[in-house]
Design a protein around this ligand. Structure first.
Ligand SMILES: [Zn+2]
Ligand SMILES: [Zn+2]
Length: 96
């Protein structure tokens, strides 16, 4: 599947999730997680961080999200987890 960078108006499209994640880490500002303050690359990794480290309830409180927003992100998270190289993922989340 194609991966589109959804940060701001970027719209860059990548053939694999690794390329998209590397792009998001390099081309965009890192963000602080609203829940725990960890700085993570924006985009897919930010979603991955939030949904693997925090509960849905924490996410709703911190980001004022509704259930549709959560469903969208959970589906995306499944796609990311299924496709991404786990070593790369650990490296990108651990080296900040
Ligand atoms: Zn981008
Ligand atoms: Zn966090």
């Amino acid at each position: 599947m194609a991966w589109e960078c959804g940060i701001d108006d970027c719209g860059s499209v990548f053939e694999d999730v690794e390329s998209a994640v590397v792009h998001q880490a390099e081309a965009h500002e890192r963000r602080e997680c609203e829940i725990c303050g960890t700085v993570v690359p924006d985009g897919f990794l930010a979603i991955y961080h939030t949904f693997t480290n925090h509960s849905r309830a924490e996410y709703v409180r911190a980001y004022d999200a509704d259930s549709a927003a959560i469903r969208t992100r959970e589906e995306l998270l499944e796609d990311i987890a299924a496709d991404i190289d786990q070593e790369l993922l650990a490296e990108m989340l651990g080296s900040s």
